[in-house]
Design a protein around this ligand. Sequence first.
Ligand code: NAD
Length: 427
Amino acid sequence: MVHTVLTHGDPMLLMADVQLERAVSRLGFDEAMLDWLRTPERKLQVAVPVRMDDGQIQVFDGFRVQHSTARGPAKGGIRYHPQVTMEEVQALATLMTWKCGVVGIPFGGGKGGISVDARQLSTAERERMTRRYAAMILPIIGSRRDIPAPDVDTDAQTMAWFDDTITMFKGYADPAVVTGKPVDLGGSLGRAEATSRGMAHCTLLALDKLNVDIDDVTIAVQGYGNVGRNYAEIMDREFPAKIIAISDVTGAYFNGDGFDTQEIAQFLRRTGGLLEGLDQEKPHIERITNEGLLTCDVDVLAPAAIEGQITGANANDVRAKVIIEGANGPTTIGGHEKLTARNVLVVPDILANAGGVTVSYFEWVQGLQFHAWTLDEVATRLERIMINAFENVWEVSQNHGISMREAAFMVAVDRVAQAMLTRGLFP
Ligand code: NAD
């Protein structure tokens, strides 16, 4: 039987599945191999009964999927969202396999989640739910089996509860059982900005390939959250790049002279984290539309907010020479085809934002060794991995005359397939 991935029309998951098929075909593998590569190794659904603060019991559906362990333990986040389903978790676990594969870290893909609107829960309810979920998926979790991390609506505190629950069951400390922990509990220095730092490395490498000097490069950043804000700050403070457009859920803002990200940080401290009203701050800051940000005249566009932003409808209007996909799935298949036809250099999400999972891997290594690296060690190792991964994908894209996205999937799928074939089929 040939298994398909149910994508529910989700553009990100559809893109990943199309790219898997293309990679398998380019690599010369057959249908059976495609089926083997696509099918998750293990899927677990659990009941998560929680005593609410009012004494009533509510039962939530919890999931954990291990897509692949061919190259190492499964690795991937846990999300709390009302729309979490087994199909979504499965597709996201698959995507993690390719992300770990493209940067060459020894993990396969995993993902988990609970179908819940966690913003409606009190902190105590959230803790009880997290601990019950951790206990329910414990049989398949472990530092050498499957290592969760934060994702949508879960954070370092969630990981601390998760880690503590596993410690209670096992009776000994195992700091490598989850990543994204608070630094005091064995989290890694540099994790918070790792995704953005990886994007910064990709930006420099991509500009270099186009012979564009970083001096005076202009950048538009969509989304000013963890990923977008850290990226803007790194590019503004450490390089002579000009951040001329930024946005968040409140709107988009343009400053032809370049934003001072330190001033924005002060502004955000006053407003509680949102950019609303930024155009009132200085006369030369203009409010623009989201479309205006995506299509403004810049060298680099960094979509770092949500999925499905560059589509068949607007891709031809995008003027950036380089796109650094900080968000997962910011470009739809339609957008991808148009950008590829126009030779826009797109560093795809599975490569551009893989700095996050790479430093999660460092956190895991530090946890296994009960040892903490310095920020400098983390940064140097991250840079080495990002450069190697970028150059490898670039070379494949040049050799095959394909986009970096197609090349990234080829690299990742080939690594996973080779690991499966070398291990052989048990029994
Ligand atoms: P976040 O919630 O911290 O930030 C998201 C930002 O996007 C916020 O500023 C929000 O206001 C903004 N936003 C939301 N909707 C928007 C819209 N319609 N237009 C413009 N801005 C909008 O999230 P994050 O952790 O920064 O993640 C951003 C993206 O990066 C997601 O796709 C996530 O999956 C991906 N990602 C994150 C990490 C990580 O380490 N945090 C790693 C890999 C990939």
